[in-house]
Write a protein that binds this ligand. Structure first.
Ligand code: C2O
Ligand code: CU
Ligand code: CU
Length: 486
């Protein structure tokens, strides 16, 4: 049997078949449409957005009910995992300085919990505490206090119970959090695009992942925006839209393009550039978010996700497996109506902090590897510094108030996106080359057999939290460590 290689996947993608079962691996390559979906399919309806819940007078109190429910996904009825009966769950709109109270009610049969990805809040007590377990049938009251200088941007929430994260996110448990700008950014329209992927099995439930899929990180056959397959967005010529994009996929990298229109990136994650940066495409690793300005300068176009080569998990018995590849269309961008006048200028943004000249108090190296263990080498053992996650162990102790330099080394043949909770990372070196701009992210890619160097300011919040690969199958398999700031 021939192993599926990236090349095979691309060739299969190129013939434009709607669904191709690939020899032996059972991998289904679907949605290989590079032209906008037709109105005759389930797709083509206008993009819908999740319910929005806004804070008032500095507070937002919500109940999130995690439960399996029958919902419409990709135009069909699916028994998905939902927050408050939706996929995605409600969007929480906050301001710096707010207190967010979330009463999580777990109506799943499995344990779960909640993480507010990217928010700069305390990891202790009933804050963003990764060591809380909420058993099925139980509830837990979280309370998050956003500092008065919390950066604006797009964040998200999802479960974080070790061992079940990939299954629960793949099943539909995720939602967006927006921290508003102190000075509004003029745009004719704000859109939220929560991009996720899922495979639905013949019973109408999220498909279980095979061991081989978990090894490379599962990629769903359907890529959805706000739970819709191939929706349409309509705009008028000249308009400036603001798109907040969340990559909520378990393992899929999104290399996004919207050809013919002007794209300018305000920032990624909580990082914000001093001025919006013109781009032709953006790459979002799992967990990353983009805050993007789209100026309508062209005609109808497709929002496409282009093939991103994140390597292969090779050396397995039965051959290596390549993550599913190929270009696909995610949405139709329709331009219609009268031309509108250009939007007002984007207000200047604060100059981001630059740690390249900071005094470094400690240096560390984290080595990401996919060693083979057990069953004659047929099982993967994704580790950081040779160790699998242990909630009872503290892997790194950092001093509160310090600036640290972390060299992230990937010895494996797959990319790993490293995510650190609570404290964002400034990327200062990629593949040994210095980075000449200031880039802050909370998920940082470490390409296969390469290195990335970051700097982190542990300025505030003491306590224990985690860092991990945001390919959630890798996290669940142990590619996670514990950091304590004190
Ligand atoms: Cu988005 Cu530790 O997770
Ligand atoms: Cu996180
Ligand atoms: Cu990984």
């Amino acid at each position: 049997m021939r192993p599926l290689t990236r090349r095979n996947a691309l060739i299969l993608g190129g013939v434009g078949l709607a669904g191709v079962a690939v020899g032996g691996t059972g991998l289904l390559v679907t949605q290989k449409v590079s032209s906008p979906p037709t109105a005759a399919s389930a797709s083509g309806t206008e993009l819908l957005e999740p319910l929005e819940l806004h804070s008032t007078d500095g507070a937002l109190a919500v109940t999130l009910n995690a439960a399996a429910r029958q919902v419409t996904l990709a135009g069909r009825s699916v028994r998905a995992l939902t927050y408050n009966d939706g996929v995605p769950g409600p969007t929480l709109r906050l301001r710096a300085g707010d207190a967010l109270g979330v009463s999580l009610r777990n109506d799943l049969t499995d344990p779960s919990n909640l993480h507010v990805h990217g928010l700069h809040v305390s990891p202790e007590g009933n804050g963003d505490n990764m060591f809380v377990t909420v058993p099925g049938g139980d509830s837990f009251d979280y309370r998050y206090e956003l500092p008065a200088n919390h950066p604006p941007g797009v964040y998200w929430y999802h479960p974080h119970h070790h061992g079940l994260v990939a299954d629960q996110v793949f099943g539909g448990l995720y939602g967006a959090i927006v921290v508003e700008d102190p000075i509004p950014i003029p745009a004719s329209r704000d859109r939220l695009l929560v991009i996720s992927d899922i495979t639905v099995d013949s019973t109408g439930a999220p498909a279980a992942a095979r061991a081989t899929e978990k090894m490379s990180g599962r990629e769903g056959a359907l890529v959805l925006i706000n739970g819709q397959l191939g929706p349409t967005m309509t705009a008028r010529p000249g308009e400036r839209e603001r798109w907040r994009i969340v990559n909520a996929c378990v393992s899929r990298y999104l290399r996004l393009r919207l050809d013919g229109h002007e794209l300018a990136l305000l920032g990624l994650d909580s990082g914000r550039f001093a001025s919006a940066r013109p781009v032709t495409e953006i790459v979002l690793a799992p967990g990353n978010r983009a805050d993007l300005l789209v100026t309508v300068t062209g005609g109808d176009a497709a929002l496409r996700a282009l093939n991103y080569d994140r390597g292969t998990a090779g050396g397995m018995m039965g051959g290596g497996i390549s993550p599913a590849g190929g270009d696909m269309s995610l949405a139709t961008f329709r331009v219609a109506g009268e031309t509108v006048a250009a939007a007002a200028a984007v207000p200047a943004q604060p100059t981001p902090r630059d740690l390249r000249t900071a005094t470094v108090t400690a240096r560390r190296e984290l080595v990401f590897s996919m060693g083979m263990g057990g069953m004659g080498g047929a099982m993967m053992a994704p580790t950081i510094n040779g160790r699998a996650f242990d909630a009872a162990r503290i892997d790194e102790t950092v001093q509160l108030g310090s600036v640290e330099d972390w060299l992230l080394t990937n010895t494996s043949t797959l990319d790993h996106p490293l995510h650190l909770h609570v404290w964002p990372m400034q990327i200062v070196e990629e593949g040994g080359q210095p980075v000449d701009t200031v880039i802050w992210q909370d998920v940082v890619n470490i390409p296969a057999r390469s290195t990335t160097r970051v700097r982190i300011a542990f300025s505030d919040f003491s306590g224990r939290t985690v860092y991990h690969c945001h390919i959630l199958d890798h996290e669940d398999a142990g590619m996670m460590g514990v950091v304590e700031a004190r």
